[in-house]
Write a protein that binds this ligand. Structure first.
Ligand SMILES: Nc1ncnc2c1ncn2[C@@H]1O[C@H](COP(=O)(O)OP(=O)(O)OP(=O)(O)O)[C@@H](O)[C@H]1O
Length: 273
């Protein structure tokens, strides 16, 4: 189901499907996991990171994101004040501990990871590690998904390089992308990259790069949105909405600034009056 949904619903992200299916299926089928699964999704805004988390949740729990075993944190919403960091640490740790004791197969999604306080990231480190038990609780069946825009510029650079050399986007290889990211972002102490501490200790199992979306992908998103509202697709409106989005870099205008975000808001203007 996971593979099928990703193939069908996720546009322009050939690297994502491969990694996510392998990681999640492998983990769910492994009765002897030595640590919880930790995925780190990276990429430009509106390219499908939250969307993929939702598809993953739906593949594991009947109620998807609504399941009581799925927990979402948004840095700026749940942990807004730097001076309350110690309080957040305690709350977060006891929240994770409490929930994993109730259901070992819990899913934790951390959005805006690049805006999360380093101390707070440190506080979840023990849960991601290779312990059999921590205070009597095993975290080995839990799943952690981290979302961030970190590395998005490098990802775009690689994609743009391909484009400028007339090469197909689909020919971008995962290893190539990961090499580019690891040199410039992950292993660069000056990049201020949020989970350098998690990386140093090899606690992240998979890095999942999301490519910036092109005009044609935006159109696909618009089409899906129109159909999901039960309207007949008007190609004229579809094109107009995709044209209204802004694209970068300034000369070539290939990638959508906001990915597929705001597509649904634009639709309101054309359809709901
Ligand atoms: N690659 C994609 N394929 C299909 N639909 C997409 C894709 N990317 C985004 N969308 C649509 O756009 C909406 C917004 O995308 P989403 O919230 O997943 O972006 P994001 O990468 O998490 O952005 P941010 O970094 O700003 O949080 C999704 O709910 C989905 O409907």
């Amino acid at each position: 189901v996971l593979q099928e949904n990703l193939d069908k619903k996720l546009f322009g992200q050939h690297l994502v499907g491969k990694v996510v299916v392998k990681a999640v299926k492998g983990f769910l089928n492994n009765t002897k996991a030595k640590k919880p699964l930790a995925l780190s999704l990276h990429g430009w805004t509106g390219t499908g990171k939250n969307f993929v988390s939702k598809i993953i949740a739906e593949s594991i729990y009947k109620r998807g994101l609504q399941s009581k075993y799925v927990h979402q944190f948004v840095a700026t919403l749940h942990f807004p004040h730097a001076h309350s960091i110690n309080l957040y640490k305690d709350q977060l740790q006891s929240w994770i501990r409490g929930n994993v004791s109730i259901c070992p197969r819990s899913l934790f999604i951390f959005d805006e990871m690049d805006k999360m306080h380093a101390g707070l990231i440190d506080s979840i480190k023990p849960f991601l590690d290779y312990y059999e038990f921590l205070d009597g609780v095993s975290y080995r069946q839990a799943i952690f998904i981290f979302l961030s825009n970190a590395g998005a510029e490098k990802i775009t650079e690689v994609a743009l390089d391909f484009w400028r050399n007339g090469r197909r986007r689909e020919d971008i290889q995962l290893t190539e992308m990961q090499n580019a990211l690891s040199v410039s972002v992950f292993n660069n102490k000056n990049s201020g990259f949020w989970h350098s501490t998690l990386i140093d200790r090899n606690l992240i199992d998979y890095f999942v790069p999301f490519l910036p979306l092109e005009y044609k992908h935006v159109k696909m998103c618009v089409r899906v949105e129109i159909e999901s509202r039960g309207y007949v697709v008007d190609e004229d409106i579809l094109t107009r909405i995709a044209d209204e989005m802004t694209y970068f870099p300034r000369e070539e205008r290939i990638y959508s600034d906001k990915g597929c975000k705001t597509v649904d808001a634009k639709l309101d203007y054309y359809y709901d009056f």
